[in-house]
Every structure is written in C-alpha cells, then in structure tokens.
Design a protein around this ligand. Structure first.
Ligand code: FE2
Ligand code: FE2
Length: 204
C-alpha cells in the first residue's frame, strides 16, 4: 500500500522531472547553434538546485533515511549507503554544472559544448537517482511503515515545506517564470535577446 510519505516524495520527484524537462528543452535549443549563453538558465538552475532539489534532499537526509535505518536498513551499506553517496556526488556535480555557466552570455562554442555535456549528464544522473529511490527505498517504506509513523513523517515533511516556502516565493517562482518565457520562443539567441530586453543585472 502506498503511504502518504512516499506519495509526498513521488509528487516531488514528478515536480523535479517537470523542471528537468524544461531544462532539457533549453539544452536542445542551445545545441541548435546560438553563440550566447542564457542568464535565465543560470537563475533556473539556482532555483532548482538551491530550492526544490535542496529541499527534497534535506527531507530525505534528515527525515526519510534515518527512518529507513530505524526500520532495519543498514546506514553504511546497501541501498541507504548508495543513496547517501548519490546525494554527496549530486551536490558536487551540481556545483560543477553551475560553475560551467559562469560566463553566461559570453560563451564560446567550446564553453557551450562543455556546459551541454555536463548538463546532460547531470539531468541523467538526477533521473537515475530518483528511479533508484522509487524502485528500492519507497517500496520498502510502503511495505513496512506503520500508519502512526506515516502520519508523523508527513507532518515533518510538511514542516520542511513551510520552512522553504518564503524562499520559493521570493526566488524560484520568479526565475522559473522568466525561464519558461525564454523556452516559449526566445531561446534561439539567448545572449542577444537578453541584452536587448535589458534584463536586470544578476548577482552571478
Ligand atoms: Fe534523493
Ligand atoms: Fe528523492
């Protein structure tokens, strides 16, 4: 039986997948050959990496994985250890991806190709990580979590949501909106159109 806990996590995975699809659309447009970078993509990655993904991983690291250990899974071996290692690797991977965007609107063809290759590998890494959790950890939780613990954990997950809500309102939604606008038809020449639009300066 699906618990409220794994339903919550699966919903978040779906949300992450949706954002990754948006990013993949941008990568395809960029591959089409424009010579610019795209500041909105950097903002989008920040909102994804420092907002939704960070929140999701914090829930797993602080709430879900310790609960799975209490339910009998080894902390230092097997599935839990693998997922924890994925999380550490994912944080380093994201930093590398983010650093590859530092020139933003002045990319050379080499820098663009470098970014594209890291970004594609990162998207695949995140997708595979989520599949691993869905195939191994979530079924174990669904089979073994008591309804009392399920209710308790969901309340902790929702508390984390509340803690992140202000940040999401002030950064992620705005960035995602700009990025969505870019994807809707202005991504052929990101560097040129951003300069033409006179977008506000970014902090990166
Ligand atoms: Fe995870
Ligand atoms: Fe996850």
């Amino acid at each position: 039986m699906t618990t409220k806990t794994t339903a919550h996590l699966r919903r978040e995975h779906d949300e992450i997948r949706q954002r990754l699809r948006g990013l993949s659309g941008y990568l395809r447009a960029l591959e089409g050959g424009d010579t610019g970078g795209c500041g909105e993509a950097a903002d989008f990655l920040d909102s994804l990496g420092e907002g939704l993904l960070q929140k999701h991983e914090e829930k797993e690291e602080d709430i879900i994985l310790p609960q799975l250990a209490r339910m009998g899974l080894s902390w230092s071996d097997g599935a839990l250890a693998h997922v924890r290692k994925d999380h550490r690797h994912g944080r380093d991977f994201f930093r590398t991806l983010r650093q590859s965007m530092h020139l933003r609107n002045q990319w050379s063809s080499f820098e663009r190709a470098h970014f594209l290759s890291i970004a594609r590998a990162w998207v695949e890494f995140v997708k595979e990580h989520m599949i691993r959790e869905e195939r191994i950890l979530f079924p174990f939780m669904d089979a073994n979590l008591s309804s009392e613990d399920d209710a308790l954990i969901v309340s902790q997950l929702e508390k984390t949501d509340a803690e992140y809500a202000d940040m999401a309102a002030s950064t992620s939604l705005v960035s995602d909106g700009r990025f969505a606008q870019r994807l809707s038809g202005k991504c052929e020449q990101p560097g040129v159109s951003k300069a033409r639009e006179g977008s506000e300066p970014s902090s990166h």
